[in-house]
Design a protein around this ligand. Structure first.
Ligand SMILES: *[C@@H]1O[C@H](CO)[C@@H](O)[C@H](O)[C@H]1NC(C)=O
Length: 378
């Protein structure tokens, strides 16, 4: 009613009240002119007070309860990642079934996860003693040099690994068992803030800072990309994650490599590469030199994505043995994701190589400082 009036450009005062409420007035006609109008003004005022209350509550508490795409609008923080377009989210009936997750719960998940990460120490010591590391001059060593993470990257790697494992724990204990789909669970968990956890300050320092005036007045932007965007000061900054346009599809919603629709492993990356890119010399009439230059730019950007190292011993990780076969499982670091080589491989087939080294990328805090799916350092 109120909105209708605003849209129609009418006054808030009920000017046509007389026409609609003649029978409600028990007084004589001469006294009646103002009374319907009066009660209607009160009614409209009540509505406005209510509307004000709802707006105030929305702005004050909205960011705490709203799902991720919505809290972009109600959040008073100005630093956040761009929205994703296919955000899976549980429907309202499902949401009602889920237990309320408190800071005690998230703190507990973090301590469980710290324990599990600390167990890596023993394994990494063993790998070190057994000399499981890239041979000098091998492609594995080249890879580890290309993707060498800085010591700050390794600090964020350890923190984000703990948060990632805590997120897996939350997905399992607070979500999957209530019948939710994996991706919906992961996005539900990604509404939980790190703010009150041990890692809140560290994430805020990386992702949520206000650009100082002296940085903003420089002729050129900062070398590390900070304050490139004056409002969203961490966008494009070193050590922050790649930004996503689509929601990630990890097998467990959090960090396990994506699987095929039938839940099997996806085909080997080497096989896909061989099928898609045959190495023939076929000159193209239309494309110009800008194509290889641009491809090179993209390639370098991706290949310099930092690769994980052992977090306690700081050694490069090895995922295949020196003869090109899979390592024995007891020597396999959890950050390994070796690529299997098909036996008909034109290069490696003859050499009986069945395993290509590949280690997972360094992860970092999520742009909105929440629990949830792993993000790779860009
Ligand atoms: C959660 O952990 C943080 C950091 O260790 C601590 O400051 C906070 O009091 C804890 N909160 C609760 C409710 O246990």
């Amino acid at each position: 009613m109120l909105f209708e009036r605003i849209i129609e450009g009418k006054s808030m005062l009920n000017t046509d009240a007389k026409d609609r409420l003649p029978e409600k007035c028990s007084r004589r006609k001469s006294e009646c002119d103002g009374c319907g109008e009066h009660s209607n003004i009160l009614e409209e005022m009540m509505k406005m007070v209510l509307l004000g209350l709802v707006l105030w509550a929305g702005v004050t508490f909205g960011s705490l309860v709203a799902p991720y795409p919505l809290n972009l609008f109600v959040n008073t923080d100005i630093i956040h990642p761009p929205p994703m377009y296919d955000f899976p989210f549980p429907n309202p009936q499902m949401l009602k079934r889920l237990p309320h997750i408190t800071v005690q719960h998230t703190n507990k998940s973090i301590s469980i996860s710290k324990l599990s990460v600390s167990m890596l120490e023993r394994l990494e010591e063993n790998l070190n003693m057994a000399g499981i590391k890239p041979q000098s001059g091998s492609p594995a060593q080249g890879l580890s040099i290309y993707g060498l993470p800085s010591s700050v990257a390794m600090k964020y790697e350890k923190s984000s690994m703990i948060i990632t494992k805590a997120s897996q724990n939350l997905v399992w204990t607070k979500c999957i068992r209530y019948g939710l789909e994996t991706d919906e669970c992961a996005s539900y968990i990604s509404t939980l803030n790190l703010r009150e956890s041990e890692y809140g300050p560290e994430c805020a320092q990386l992702e949520r800072f206000t650009c100082p005036k002296n940085k903003m007045s420089l002729k050129y932007r900062m070398f590390d990309g900070s304050c490139n965007n004056p409002v969203r000061s961490s966008w494009g900054q070193a050590l922050t994650g790649y930004k996503r346009l689509l929601h990630p599809r990890y097998a467990d919603g959090i960090e396990q490599p994506r699987r095929a629709m039938n839940h099997k492993d996806l085909p080997s990356a080497r096989l896909v590469s061989l099928v898609l890119g045959d190495n023939r010399d076929v000159p193209d009439e239309k494309k110009t030199i800008i194509l290889p230059l641009w491809s090179q730019f993209i390639f370098h950007d991706l290949v310099h994505t930092p690769m994980r190292k052992a977090i306690y011993t700081n050694q490069p990780i090895r995922c295949c043995d020196n003869s090109g076969s899979n390592l024995s499982p007891r020597y396999l670091h959890p950050s390994c994701m070796p690529i299997s080589v098909p036996s008909e491989d034109p290069v490696y087939g003859k050499k009986f190589v069945t395993c290509m080294d590949y280690t997972r990328s360094v992860t970092t805090f999520r742009g909105d400082c929440t629990f949830g799916a792993a993000e790779q350092v860009s």
